[in-house]
Write a protein that binds this ligand. Structure first.
Ligand code: HEM
Length: 469
């Protein structure tokens, strides 16, 4: 068989040929905005979306133009009102949402927690969380169905609490996950009020469930902050780092509210995204046994039956390629919004002040001019010789430029350690009755979760690092 024929093409969003008529567009935007992006977004450099009133909307899919927006002229293109509308009710003025000097010092304060040498030490906790999930699946039993989307959230939530917040005592994982889902389904998605430009306060009034969900998280993290303030520092986790940080320009430290909002940001931004990268990876692997077998063979060769360590993670190059390719086809963050702060130009083209600029990551990753066989699952396109740097502004699941994801190294380490640990032990079959439809709710998740059957599962668990074998 020709190896190219043997590759798998997963279901994809089918873009409308032309801009949708206004009423259909409004309904689609409220239901699943990505389904309103017309074919031009996947084929052209720029696409001006017709908007009946208010600021203009420009899609940018040209790597050189994206570099201008995200790196060279960041002062002209802030995050803008659209982005803040969905995130601010939950995250306040923290790292993801702040701008200018306010952003810069918070980024400096959090940076030490994400240095490669710090992250490397956390790998055993990441593989241990995956081992815990394998034990849960053993209790469920071979032949039974599990929702992988839910279970990956469980694994990554455990990891973020264990690694960044010293266990995050007092936060109930199941309840917090439910509240985050509620938030994403309500205040975190566009409704007709957003599309018509009504004030955010009205949205809150219409979305009391979303407000309650944001309040739940705020209260749980606030209690943790108060407890940690009353303890002497010394755990060396993210909470300690943020409590001790001082703004280099003004010398001020974070208030309780800033600390709380930043911790909510790390919990929110730091687990659901990685859970989705893992969910989509496991789905793609379940559909292509050649790739799954190749990945398992790599894990056996590199780690044998031992728990996955940092040295293994660094040697698991094909496993990493699978994660990168999964995030190309199903990027957990499907678009980056920005807004022009003055009348300006992009690549010589006039862009009026207040124009909303959308970098459509999902379409960019499948752009007809930039990728060969764009819809095909082919992890070999990320082999080391391909040169990831060359694609800096055409492949960007973690964003790019100054506001690039602070957790990128952490997330990649985590995804590789978890995927390797799981794939070595388990075979999963996607439920054929479940239809794959990517649904955008700030992040891009599979509609209806990801039901899978545990087809086989080894009975022995790998000893957890630190335990005697
Ligand atoms: C596969 C997993 C992840 C994906 C796909 C992802 C994606 C992104 C993207 C696209 C941005 C840029 C947003 C923008 O420019 O508007 C971002 C920013 C950010 N991410 Fe991640 N992320 C992931 C994991 C994590 C983790 C594990 C953490 C923390 C533990 C984290 C924390 C943050 C924070 C705090 C920001 C804001 C950074 C800033 O503005 O300085 N993310 N992420």
């Amino acid at each position: 068989m020709n190896p190219i024929d043997a590759l798998f093409t997963p279901p994809a969003i089918r873009p409308p040929e032309k801009t949708l008529p206004i009423f259909k567009r409004l309904v689609t935007l409220a239901d699943n905005p990505i389904e309103a992006w017309p074919r031009a977004v996947y084929e052209d450099d720029f696409y001006w979306a017709p908007v009946p009133y208010g600021p203009k909307l420009l899609f940018v899919s040209k790597p050189e133009a994206i570099r201008e927006i995200l790196l060279d002229r960041v002062e002209d293109f802030g995050k803008g009102t659209i982005f803040l509308r969905f995130l601010k009710p939950a995250l306040g003025e923290a790292l993801l949402t702040a701008e200018g000097a306010d952003w810069r010092w918070q980024r400096l304060a959090a940076a030490p927690a994400f240095r490669p040498d710090t992250v490397a030490k956390l790998t055993p906790l990441m593989s241990a969380a995956a081992e815990k999930m394998l034990s849960r699946w053993r209790a469920v039993g071979v032949g039974k169905h599990v929702d992988i989307a839910h279970d990956m959230v469980r694994v990554t939530f455990d990891i973020i609490l264990d690694t960044m917040l010293s266990g995050g005592e007092g936060i109930d994982i199941e309840e917090a996950s439910r509240e985050i889902s509620t938030y994403l389904e309500t205040l975190g998605r566009p409704n007709i009020g957003d599309i018509l430009g009504l004030p955010p306060s009205l949205k809150k009034l219409m979305s009391q469930r979303g407000v309650r969900a944001a309040n739940y998280l705020r209260a749980a993290v606030q209690t943790m902050v108060e407890r940690r303030r009353s303890e002497a520092p010394g755990r060396g986790d993210l909470v300690d780092l943020l409590m001790q940080a001082k703004d280099p320009e003004t010398g001020r430290a974070m208030s309780d509210i800033e600390l709380r909002d930043n911790l909510i940001t790390f919990i929110g931004a730091g687990h659901e995204t990685t859970a989705l990268a893992l969910t989509w990876s496991l789905y793609l692997l379940s559909q292509h046994s050649l790739t799954a077998d190749r990945l398992r063979a790599e894990v056996q060769r590199v780690a044998g039956d031992a728990p996955i360590t940092q040295t293994h993670v660094e040697a698991l190059t094909f496993t990493r390629q699978v994660v990168l390719e999964s995030m190309r086809l199903f990027p957990p963050v499907s678009a980056l919004p920005r807004q022009a702060s003055r009348d300006t130009k992009i690549q010589g083209m006039n862009v009026p002040k207040d124009t909303i600029i959308l970098i459509p990551i999902y379409a960019l990753h499948r752009h007809r001019k930039l990728w060969e066989r764009p819809d095909v699952f082919d992890p070999d396109r990320f082999s080391p010789e391909f040169g990831l740097e060359r694609q800096r502004y055409q492949y960007m699941p973690f964003g790019a430029g100054l506001r690039i994801c602070i957790g990128m190294g952490f997330a990649l380490n985590e995804a590789v350690a978890v995927l390797a640990t799981l794939m070595r032990e388990v075979r999963l079959e996607h439920d054929p009755a479940h239809t794959i439809r990517p649904l955008v709710r700030i992040t891009m998740r599979p509609e209806g979760g990801m039901p899978m059957r545990i087809a086989s599962l080894s009975s022995n668990s790998t000893p957890v690092v630190g335990e005697s074998a």
